[in-house]
Every structure is written in structure tokens, then in C-alpha cells.
Design a protein around this ligand. Structure first.
Ligand SMILES: Cc1ncc(CN)c(N)n1
Length: 238
């Protein structure tokens, strides 16, 4: 049982829990991502194809390292039910999310070379570095810190109370990050983090808190980068 949540989403998280305290400590940066212009334009269906393609090309690089993190969770969690939950999510990502990427790359005319080996924007490199670091650390709490941010922050914007756009390229990305299934997955991650986290005041707690702050900052920079001029083959220039 948790006390009333001060958070905007339907995730059930006590403010005094490990995840709750970290979330509150980064509220300004977090909310800047949730209300980022990329999200506003995605819901409105007005994000330009150049910006969407630039974002998705970078996010496909993110996706690869994200899958590696889930694989590391399968290998390192101390809980058998959790291991199965991670395995099930890997299956969903390989089908639904990868399918969205591939279909949208085709629709946007993104060249294969941009899908497989694009030039990385700085926030992508930073994020991928963090993800491979925790994947190789085999430290379950450290893995969960990065996963909780990546999913909870996306749930927060995905569940914004706005009408959904019509076009599948816009609507599809939102639908992957809202609804009962994504909410339950995110809740599972938050609960796992709160279950295994060390005391926030300990040395390990401080190390995880540092990681949390760094990664929340990268999330915002990742959205910003969609509006900067990373080259994107024939679509560049928007
Ligand atoms: C950068 C980023 N952060 C989070 C998510 C949600 N998995 C994502 N797709 N991309």
C-alpha cells in the first residue's frame, strides 16, 4: 500500500520510496521532457517528417542497447517471475516496436544506411554508453535505474490527456507508450527497483542517484537533438 502519489501518471509510487524520491529530485528536467515540443507536435500530428525521422533513426540506436539491457536483466535478476516478465517484454519489443520502426522508416523513406549505421547524435552516444555500462555491470539495481527512467518518463508523456493523431507514424509511437500493458510493465520496473534498491543515503544509493540524474538529463537532450542538424541522408535539411 502506498501513500497518495504526487506524480502525474497512473503509476502507483510512494513519494518516499527509492524511485519516488529520485523522480521528485529531477522533477523540473523530467517535466521538461514530458512537455517537450516534440511530444506536443507528435500528439498534434504536426511534427515534420525530417524531425520524426531524425528522432527515430537515433532511437533505433537506443533500441538496440535497450534490448541488451533487458537481456542483462534476464541474466541477473534474483527473481524467477521477474526473469519471465523481462523475457516476455523482449518478445513484445522484437515484434511490435521493431515493426513500428521498420514500417515508419519505409514510409518516411529513410535509407537503409541511416537505419543500420547512422551518425550518432551526442545524446544517443551518451545514452548508449550508459546502457552498455549497466548491461555489463551485471548490477540489477543499476540496470533498473536506467530502465525505470526510460519507461516511466515515456509513460508520463504517452499518457498525456490529449487527443490522439490520426497518422500511424504519429499515433503508433504514442500507442507504444501508453495504455494498460505499458503501464503495467512500467509499474513492474518501478516495483522491482524499490524492492532491490539500497538505502538512498548509502554509497551505492548515492551512485545510483548520480546515474538517475545523468540519465534524466540525457532524455531531455535526446528530444532536443531531433531539432538539431544531425545529417540524415536525403531527408536532411528540415
Ligand atoms: C530515448 C528514449 N527513451 C526511452 C524510450 C522508451 N523505451 C525510448 N524509446 N527512447
Amino acid at each position: 500500500m502506498t501513500s497518495a502519489t504526487p506524480f502525474s501518471t497512473t503509476a502507483d509510487v510512494a513519494a518516499e520510496s527509492f524511485a519516488g524520491q529520485l523522480r521528485l529530485s529531477t522533477a523540473a528536467e523530467w517535466d521538461a521532457s514530458v512537455h517537450h515540443r516534440f511530444v506536443d507536435q507528435l500528439f498534434a500530428g504536426t511534427v515534420s517528417d525530417q524531425v520524426l525521422a531524425r528522432y527515430l533513426v537515433q532511437d533505433y540506436q537506443f533500441f538496440d542497447a535497450f534490448i541488451a539491457m533487458l537481456g542483462a536483466c534476464v541474466a541477473t535478476t534474483d527473481s524467477k517471475p521477474a526473469r519471465l516478465r523481462f523475457a516476455a517484454q523482449l518478445g513484445m519489443l522484437a515484434a511490435d516496436e521493431d515493426g513500428y520502426f521498420r514500417q515508419t522508416f519505409t514510409e518516411l523513406g529513410v535509407p537503409d544506411s541511416e537505419v543500420t549505421s547512422p551518425e550518432s547524435a551526442t545524446p544517443t552516444t551518451d545514452f548508449v554508453t550508459q546502457m552498455w555500462e549497466v548491461a555489463q555491470s551485471r548490477d540489477y539495481a543499476d540496470l533498473l535505474v536506467v530502465l525505470v527512467i526510460a519507461e516511466w518518463l515515456y509513460l508520463d508523456w504517452g499518457e498525456r490527456d490529449l487527443p490522439l493523431p490520426e497518422a500511424p507514424k504519429h499515433r503508433g509511437w504514442i500507442e507504444l507508450h501508453r495504455g494498460d500493458e505499458f503501464r503495467a510493465w512500467t509499474q513492474f520496473l518501478i516495483d522491482e527497483l524499490n524492492r532491490v534498491a539500497p538505502p538512498l543515503e548509502s554509497d551505492d544509493g548515492a551512485r545510483l542517484s548520480e546515474r538517475w540524474k545523468r540519465v534524466v538529463g540525457i532524455e531531455r537532450a535526446f528530444f532536443d537533438a531531433a531539432y538539431s542538424s544531425v545529417p540524415l541522408g536525403p531527408l536532411a535539411g528540415g
